[in-house]
Design a binder for this molecule. Structure first.
Ligand SMILES: Nc1ncnc2c1ncn2[C@@H]1O[C@H](COP(=O)(O)OP(=O)(O)OP(=O)(O)O)[C@@H](O)[C@H]1O
Ligand SMILES: [Mg+2]
Length: 414
């Protein structure tokens, strides 16, 4: 798939942008704070709805305005065209019918009601300095990485996550409302209901997360090995509610179902059995912490606390690894994302490299670009002369197009 043109309205420092782009390598250069990252963020938001650098949609609206729109005109590998638009408005906007902030998604001029029917249409993988957060920051960054990847491949997973978040918010509201004399308020049946529903959804989410964490671990470890010259061994382990991974692995081992689970998918009977085992375990755990949760008014346990534990030669990276090792691991993770999307999705993903070359040494830069042949690529940098050999590896300098970014304006250069 490739982008033919990009349209931004009131997005970050762009009042209005209508830009045609080339199908191969597009290089955006310019001084600091001119709008290079804002542009690629706009491209990413138009395809994936959320930004790679903020979770607050309101940040994306141009200062002083009430709504933004980010649109892409795209052509798929089979030659068919599609247009995607993602809008977000504040309660002050004329688009806000109910006086609340909200979002409008449009595909080919028709509104799309379900986010799950929008996010898989155009797959973009973005490499940015923020990727380092996945390795060194809080578990939420690793969950976002895992959730985004699985949602792009499996829209049903996105629906599971939304249902889980909604139920969890309702359960948390109930926990917050409980007074100290809760026994007399007949709260337990209500909590039983939420916990049962959450445990059922958790089992399905866990099965997806376990599988994709394994894939990420295998593929990222291969990339990490080749970038580090075979010196280091990266491993990624899925961490969830206590005892659950052990129970899943025992089930797969005992029944010799690991390969089937990873590649073909379990039979309906086996899937139902393991789902039952996992939801029972999660439910038991939720019940075991109930008094504590009531006391603290929080949901202390559950898959909303999941993590990916990254280890280098057996040591937890967050605690022991150097900056360089963390950079290599972040790059390896993102390369695994690209490879996994290619495995599951038929159309070629589009790639964005936001200011990454300046942070990587030659070996890492070459590992990055050699994974990128044949795709449409958007690169941002402050100095266009910084990119030399890389363009040749990516598909030839004769195909590269250059654009100067200056205060929210973009000019194509010869
Ligand atoms: N919501 C917004 N409305 C208007 N301007 C914004 C908004 N958010 C950020 N900006 C402005 O956009 C500019 C930053 O743009 P951007 O991050 O794209 O820079 P850049 O060209 O990528 O620079 P660098 O080379 O430093 O990475 C800043 O001047 C910032 O004030
Ligand atoms: Mg930038």
């Amino acid at each position: 798939m490739f982008i033919r043109s990009i349209h931004l309205q009131n997005f970050r420092n762009y009042g209005r942008l209508d830009l045609d782009v080339g199908p191969s390598v597009n290089i955006f250069y310019g001084d600091n704070a001119q709008g290079k990252t804002n542009l690629v963020e706009g491209i990413y938001v138009a395809s994936s709805i959320t930004s790679h650098r903020t979770s607050k949609d309101a940040d994306l609206i141009k200062f002083g305005e009430n709504e933004y729109k980010a649109s892409l005109d795209l052509t798929d590998d089979d030659g068919s065209n599609v247009q995607l638009s993602s809008c977000y408005y504040l309660e002050k906007s004329s688009l806000s019918k109910y006086g609340k902030p909200g979002r409008i998604l449009i595909r080919d001029n028709a509104p799309v009601d379900k986010v799950s029917e929008y996010i898989g249409v155009c797959n973009i993988v973005i490499f940015a300095p923020e990727d380092l957060n996945i390795v060194k920051n809080a578990p939420a960054f690793r969950r976002k990485f895992l959730n985004t990847l699985i949602s792009k491949i499996s829209p049903s997973y996105f629906n599971l996550l939304s249902n889980y978040s909604r139920l969890l918010a309702q359960k948390n509201a109930l926990l917050k409302s409980i007074k100290s004399n809760y026994k007399s308020e007949n709260i337990d049946p209500q909590l039983d209901f939420w916990d049962f529903s959450l445990a059922e959804l958790s089992a399905e989410i866990i099965l997806k997360r376990y599988k994709f964490a394994k894939l990420i671990s295998d593929i990222a470890s291969k990339h990490h090995g080749s970038i580090s010259g075979g010196k280091e061994n990266l491993q990624i382990e899925y961490s969830t509610v206590f005892g659950v991974v052990g129970a899943l692995e025992t089930f797969l081992d005992k029944n010799s179902k690991y390969d089937e689970f990873m590649h073909k998918g379990l039979s309906e009977g086996d899937y139902g059995r393991i789902k039952g085992i996992l939801s029972d375990l999660v439910l038991a755990k939720l019940k075991s912490v109930r008094n504590y949760d009531i006391d603290k008014h929080i949901s202390s346990t559950g898959i909303h606390r999941d993590d990916l534990i990254m280890k280098l030669d057996g040591l937890v990276m967050k605690n022991y690894s150097s900056q360089g090792q963390q950079r290599t691991a972040a790059l390896a993770l993102k390369l695994s994302e690209l490879e996994i999307i290619k495995m599951f999705v038929s159309s070629t993903p589009i790639l964005i490299l936001d200011d990454v070359f300046s942070e990587l040494d030659k070996t890492r830069r070459m590992s990055l670009v050699s994974a990128m042949k044949d795709a449409q690529i958007f690169i941002t940098c402050t100095d266009k002369n910084m990119i030399g050999d890389e363009i040749d590896v990516m598909g030839g300098s004769e195909k590269a197009e250059f654009y100067l970014v200056n205060s929210g304006n973009i000019e194509k250069k010869a």
